[in-house]
Design a protein around this ligand. Structure first.
Ligand code: ZN
Length: 226
């Protein structure tokens, strides 16, 4: 609840023109000067250093491949969404069948990483939009969620980035996202509350209207046994 309140307050202070700047992932200007293949080598050495400082014997068979494995995982998997060249293409289709109601993509897997502790954020996203003449392929919504998840993240920013990307692609403000996720930095360390999860939401355009918002939230609650 606290987080929801925080977001609402933040957004009310930021007018639409400044919206995009405020939700950008903080990246250095020269973030992509070094090619990915070079980054893997550099990170591999740093991971080796960390393990060495911890006192691990890197000559042990089990550990020998770990630095390279971790470096490749950072660049090619966990943080691949930092690099704009990995962004899913944003092709849309004309809404030729004139479907005018909201479309809800439920239970989208979210695997992200908390930028404060570099520990996993694991959860689900529910995304909805009302077409303004354009539609996207369903899996495109999953891919957008995945792309922005694959970064060091905070959940609030992730929620907003997903909504803004779809607003841009679909040329409409009528996009909403609810994200429910467990943060391992809360679950396994610090307060060590294994049960708690965090809900964030962003309702754009018509989704701010009480009835439309309720309809979306009701669909999320629908249980289906497939
Ligand atoms: Zn954290």
């Amino acid at each position: 609840m606290k987080i929801k309140k925080f977001i609402t307050k933040e957004l009310s202070r930021i007018d639409d023109d400044h919206f995009s700047e405020s939700i950008k992932t903080p990246l250095k200007k020269d973030a992509f000067k070094i090619p990915d293949i070079e980054k893997v080598k550099l990170i591999e050495q740093k991971v080796r250093d960390i393990l060495d400082i911890l006192g691990m014997d890197l000559n042990d068979d089990s550990l020998a491949g770990t630095p390279k494995r971790v470096a490749k995982m950072f660049i090619n998997e966990l943080f691949s969404g930092l690099n704009p060249t990995n962004k899913p293409n944003s092709s849309t289709f004309i809404n030729s069948y004139k479907y005018g109601e909201m479309l809800v993509e439920k239970n989208i897997t979210v695997n992200s990483t908390c930028e404060h502790h570099l520990l996993p954020i694991v959860g689900i996203a529910h995304v909805a939009y009302i077409s303004n003449g354009k539609v996207v392929g369903l899996s495109k919504i999953n891919r957008i969620v995945d792309y922005y998840s694959k970064r060091p993240q905070v959940q609030e920013r992730l929620t907003l980035q997903i909504v803004q990307e779809l607003q841009n692609i679909l040329n409409t403000k009528d996009v909403a996202c609810v994200l429910d996720a467990k943060h391992l930095c809360v679950n396994i360390r610090g307060i060590r509350d294994a049960q708690s999860s965090t809900v964030t939401s962003e309702f754009g355009g018509k989704f701010r209207e009480k009835e439309i918002k309720k309809e979306f939230l009701d669909y999320i609650k629908l249980e289906a046994n497939f």
